[in-house]
Design a binder for this molecule. Structure first.
Ligand code: F6P
Length: 374
């Protein structure tokens, strides 16, 4: 009987519970034993109670729960080889040789490394007497399948990551609230959103709320000049009758010399224009709460496909990442997607912003610049 473990890793995201639920139930449906790894990679390292066999009813009601009910962590020890060796030992002890990981690119890269090291880790576990040759015989290979759970929507090769649309929804709701009070006082608001090095949340929220201006890492603002441009746009909107201004700043926003653009700097520029300006940093409210329908069905379909991928994979199949492209659930080599994602960061680092934009959501950036922030 195939034994599959499912875990969540890195920052939690709405929809992770739907993904775990789908893996548990699809696994049982296909005749497998399914385990949940609690507390992310930490659970793999510690084993014992943190590796729990799941039954059909254990995940009842999970679709509408926020966060991740099996816990998550950013685990430093798993970055070390000794940590991965300990994790391998715990998996073999439970008889598990397939792992479905739902997390961001860091967590998935760690999973792929774990898989490539697996034969040598097992060899070491035999050499140091932890297991006998006979005991490890059935565990020659480890199967890894990746699901992307992140509010940042920063993974290349897939249209949306599990949690991104929920966070976006939350941001838009908050901006609507802020707009109401801003209009009452004729104020300007700088709203800082998450996204790490990716501007997707800021960009899509900018379009969905018609924010006056946005700052995102991919469209680096001209250093020393962006203040004037921001002031011009906000002024123009006021002249057209707008009673408030909303500026959305991605937490990773940069100028073209790669200096961070902070909400404080943006606020100062708006005050210079004579606007009564406040800052709201949305923080973790945008990550918590229940998942929107999009993330629930995305995680469900992808969780089911992850189990199918586990059952279809051979030792030579590159670890797949389950994505979505043009409304179809797809599989692509996980490391190809990680490489593509890294090329965006490299383009930004080399100040090749046109390339960074072309690798991201260029059509949405154009739409925003030409029709909203004019
Ligand atoms: O990757 C998800 C994310 O929420 C990012 O947008 C943000 O930069 C980071 O995690 C915050 O991490 P933490 O919850 O550890 O502060």
């Amino acid at each position: 009987k195939k034994k599959i473990a499912v875990m969540t890793s890195g920052g939690d995201s709405p929809g992770m519970n739907s993904a775990v639920r789908a893996v548990v139930r699809a696994g049982i449906y296909y005749g497998c034993d399914v385990y949940a790894v609690y507390e992310g990679y930490e659970g793999l390292l510690k084993g014992g109670d943190l590796l729990k066999k799941m039954e059909w009813q254990d995940v009842r009601g999970w679709l509408s729960e926020g966060g991740t009910l099996i816990g998550t962590a950013r685990c430093m020890e798993f970055r070390e080889r000794w940590g991965r060796k300990q994790a391998a030992g715990n998996l073999i002890r439970e008889g598990i040789d397939a792992l479905v990981v739902c997390g961001g690119d860091g967590s998935l890269t760690g999973a792929d490394l774990f898989r490539s090291e697996w034969p040598s880790l097992v060899k070491e576990l035999v050499e140091d007497g932890t297991f006998t040759e006979e005991q490890v015989e059935p565990y020659k290979n480890l199967t890894i399948v990746g699901l992307v759970g992140s509010i940042d929507n920063d993974m290349s090769g897939t249209d949306s990551t599990i949690g991104a649309y929920s966070a976006l929804e939350r941001i838009c709701e908050m901006v609507d609230y802020i707009d109401a009070t801003a209009k009452s006082h004729s104020r300007a608001f700088v709203v800082e959103v998450m996204g790490r090095h990716c501007g997707w949340l800021a960009l899509m929220a900018g379009i969905a709320t018609a924010a006056d201006y946005i700052f995102i890492p991919e469209r680096a603002a001209p250093s020393g000049e962006w203040q004037k441009e921001l002031q011009r746009v906000c002024q123009a909107h006021r002249e057209k009758g707008r009673r408030n201004n909303t500026v959305i700043v991605a937490e990773g926003a940069l100028d073209d010399k790669l200096n961070p653009i902070t909400s404080e700097q943006v606020k100062d520029a708006l005050i210079e224009l004579g606007l009564d300006t406040k800052i709201t940093t949305l923080g973790h409210v945008q990550r918590g709460g229940t998942a929107v329908a999009h993330d629930r069905w995305l995680a469900t379909l992808q969780g089911v496909d992850a189990v199918k991928a586990v059952l279809e994979m051979t030792p030579d199949t590159p670890s797949p990442l389950i994505g979505i492209l043009e409304n179809k659930i797809i599989r692509m080599p996980l490391m190809e997607s990680v490489k593509l994602t890294k090329s965006v960061a490299d383009a930004i680092e080399h100040k090749d912003f046109d390339k960074a934009i072309s690798l991201r959501d260029s059509e949405f950036i154009e739409l925003y610049e030409n029709f909203i922030s004019t």
